[in-house]
Design a protein around this ligand. Structure first.
Ligand SMILES: Cc1cc2nc3c(=O)[nH]c(=O)nc-3n(C[C@H](O)[C@H](O)[C@H](O)COP(=O)(O)OP(=O)(O)OC[C@H]3O[C@@H](n4cnc5c(N)ncnc54)[C@H](O)[C@@H]3O)c2cc1C
Length: 288
């Protein structure tokens, strides 16, 4: 099913992001928890696309199995960095064959060992070009990434939002945001997007704080951590279990407030952690 149909019905979606395990880890370790995720009744599960070569094929396999063996709707992430047009077309044809109807279309980041990587030399320089290509090529529901605090490479927030508008105009059905830790940032972003004519659903992406590694993640992505969460990180610096519990509680409260405040759904970055996802759903009041 195309996810755009769910959004059209006005239903608020609850969805999860998972990532393929490392190449030396069997896929079954992930699939052991998929039925557990299914019990939480997600509207869909999205599968990330590995930045480096070997993980990429796993995205398609996982998404296909989630959809065809576990009967959960799925969305495959797809980055165009480093891919030729022919490769993208082959991936799209495989997705079609596997019944994948939803794609989160992304540019992707430069390879880790090539910080000066020149996107202009590739077949697609920005995500909007990939989106236009997918729209022209096949009958998919297309999502794209949005950055409430601005994408880290863009010098001005207003300019980043105009790039987002280009992306949406290229054929996006809905957006999923990068992590943020203050819901006011999300609601303010949605208002500013509406002012420039971005009217598709903007699904907030919620990243729970599972450990102090969140500091590196936010540093890389340019997201801010509010002072109260800095204090929380300090308080539980030497107590990882309590930090995880406090992080779960914070994520559950964020989700509740986002849904109550009018968000059209929530996409939870599960980091493949089923037990924490169950806790967060309980705290958000989404589980009996
Ligand atoms: C919800 C979500 C899921 C993600 N999943 C994955 C994943 O599975 N795998 C992965 O590798 N990465 C993933 N990422 C990370 C993403 O690949 C990076 O953030 C990447 O740097 C940007 O991708 P994009 O599609 O947003 O790029 P774009 O929309 O192309 O934007 C990239 C930058 O270019 C700028 N820009 C856009 N158009 C123009 C223009 N015409 N002129 C000048 N500048 C322009 C933008 O302002 C921005 O700074 C995800 C991010 C999010 C938010």
């Amino acid at each position: 099913m195309k996810l755009s149909e769910i959004f059209k019905s006005g239903k608020k979606t609850i969805s999860f992001e998972i990532f393929p395990p490392k190449p030396n880890v069997p896929l079954e370790t992930l699939f052991e928890s998929i039925e557990g995720f299914k019990k939480l009744s997600p509207d869909f599960i999205s599968v990330t696309y590995g930045a480096g070569g070997s993980q990429r094929g796993r995205t398609a396999e996982i998404a296909s199995r989630i959809k065809n063996q576990h009967q959960i709707e799925t969305m495959s992430h797809l980055t165009c960095v480093g891919h030729s047009v022919e490769e993208i077309d082959a991936i799209l044809a495989d997705m079609k064959k596997d019944g994948i109807e939803n794609i989160l279309a992304l540019r992707g980041d430069p390879p880790i060992d090539q910080p000066d990587f020149d996107f202009a030399k590739g077949a697609f320089k920005y995500a909007n070009e990939l989106i236009a290509h997918i729209r022209k090529t096949g009958d998919f529901c297309i999502a794209a990434a949005a950055y409430p605090e601005g994408h880290i490479d863009c010098k001005r927030l207003s300019e980043d939002r105009l790039h987002l508008k280009n992306k949406v105009d290229a054929g996006v059905d809905f957006l999923v945001t990068q992590l943020f830790f203050d819901n006011r940032i999300y609601f303010d972003f949605v208002e500013k997007c509406a002012q420039i004519g971005i009217n598709c659903p903007i699904i907030p992406g919620v990243m729970p704080i599972f450990s102090s590694r969140i500091k590196n993640m936010t540093a890389k992505s340019g997201c801010s951590i509010p002072a109260k969460l800095v204090l929380m990180l300090d308080k539980y610096e030497h107590n990882p279990d309590d930090l995880r519990k406090a992080g779960e509680e914070n994520a559950g409260i964020m989700i509740r407030e986002l849904l109550d405040g009018g968000a059209p759904g929530v996409h939870l970055y599960t980091m493949n952690k089923l037990d924490s996802t169950i806790e967060i759903m309980k705290i958000a009041g989404l589980l009996k």
